[in-house]
Ligand binder design. Structure first.
Ligand SMILES: [Zn+2]
Length: 372
């Protein structure tokens, strides 16, 4: 069945014409470990160039996921292996993919019929506590990084263990500052709530949550409280809905309607300028029914349209907001209102986290599992 066969023509037309930009896929891991290229996926995979065609997906953040088992000294090497896989795509498929690093490049890639790719790192332990390595990855094109995966690292607590730091260490704040200086987007998906709070207190640029869901709909440590969604919006950033059924619903199968429900919640709490999609394809064992792979994306569009989301807002959710974040939002934007105010208060010696209404929910567990 084609990607548009079972949805209303108006939804198909909207999806085709919109810039569709997803914030998180683990396809580089699959390609590296299973040995294939982006022009043809293997059975069980979720994303490849043929499936992105016809406007299904125009731009994708491809992440270099570093499993903690690569520690202590194989983390950076793992990133390099994944970047080598990417380099091979550019060499082989340069007329069909484009690494996007500066303003206008995503739109230009789309206009040229290429998949626009933004490179990312998942798991701050990848930099092996070395800001030179961070800068080196940036030079290789990496534009964003999750500060942690589920595991805590040497400078930031992750959401999946009893982190030792209570958030960011002083070096962790240096990492945030260095990322901003390098023009990288700070990604708080996978971070512990304490880390999230510390990032809010020290970051000056819009933040990203690349692949998380709404905790109000599904209580899970990987999902975001409403207060966190509001804080992300205040930063000028974007929160992107993960398609992993386990994060969408408490039990049983999930389907496209569940993705739609989480997007609606994000819209209600964070506002139309701060919501996107981060499907986590090729990082999740299974997708929701109807969106088992990227060819299901038009059904998400149809579902949102059916629920009354306007075409104008849908274009932002499908990609407009992420385009703003990656297309000048990093290098161009100054400190946003609330964060700038908070920093001014801090500079004046005032309380640093007064009035933040995030409930601390103790739900830490085994950092293994829940790859996504
Ligand atoms: Zn993840």
């Amino acid at each position: 069945m084609g990607a548009y066969d079972d949805i209303p023509p108006a939804a198909a037309a909207l999806h085709r014409s919109a810039l569709v930009f997803d914030a998180h896929a683990d396809t580089l891991t699959e390609m590296t470990d299973r040995g294939y290229d982006l022009d043809a996926g293997l059975p069980g995979t979720h994303l490849d160039l043929p499936r992105c065609a016809d406007g299904v997906l125009d731009a994708q953040v491809l992440t270099c996921f570093v499993h903690p088992r690569c520690l202590p000294d194989g983390a950076a090497a793992r990133v390099r292996a994944l970047l080598t896989t990417w380099d091979r795509q550019v060499a082989r498929l340069g007329d069909r993919v484009a690494l996007c690093e500066g303003p206008g490049e995503v739109a230009a890639a789309r206009d040229a019929g290429r998949l626009a790719v933004v490179l990312a790192i998942e798991g701050g332990h990848a930099i092996e506590d070395d800001l030179e390595l961070l800068a080196d990855f940036r030079r290789h094109g990496v534009r964003t990084m999750t500060l942690t995966w589920n595991n805590s690292n040497g400078w930031a607590d992750g959401c999946g263990d009893d982190g030792p730091h209570g958030g960011l260490t002083p070096f962790g704040r240096d990492v945030v500052a260095a990322m901003e200086e390098l023009g990288m987007v700070v990604d708080v998906s996978h971070a512990a709530e304490s880390t999230f709070d510390d990032v809010l207190a020290c970051a000056t640029r819009p933040l990203l949550a690349s692949h998380s869901c709404a905790r109000a709909l599904r209580e899970h440590r990987r999902n975001l409280h409403d207060a966190q969604l509001r804080a992300l919006a205040e930063s000028g950033g974007v929160a992107c809905v993960n398609f992993y059924p386990h994060f969408l619903v408490a039990e049983g199968e999930a389907d496209v309607d569940d993705v739609v429900a989480h997007v609606l919640r994000f819209l209600e709490v964070a506002g139309e300028d701060h919501v996107g999609l981060g499907g986590d394809y090729d990082g999740i064992p299974v997708g929701p029914k109807g969106a088992e792979d990227v060819t299901g994306l038009p059904r998400v569009t149809a579902g949102l349209l059916a629920r009354g989301v306007s075409e104008r807002v849908l274009r932002k959710v499908l990609g407009g907001n992420l385009l703003r974040l990656f297309d000048g939002g990093v290098q161009g934007a100054g400190p946003k209102g609330a964060i700038a105010e908070r920093r001014a208060v801090e500079a004046g010696g005032g309380p640093s986290s007064e009035g933040r209404d995030d409930p601390r929910v103790a739900s830490r567990g085994d950092p293994r599992g829940d790859h996504s």
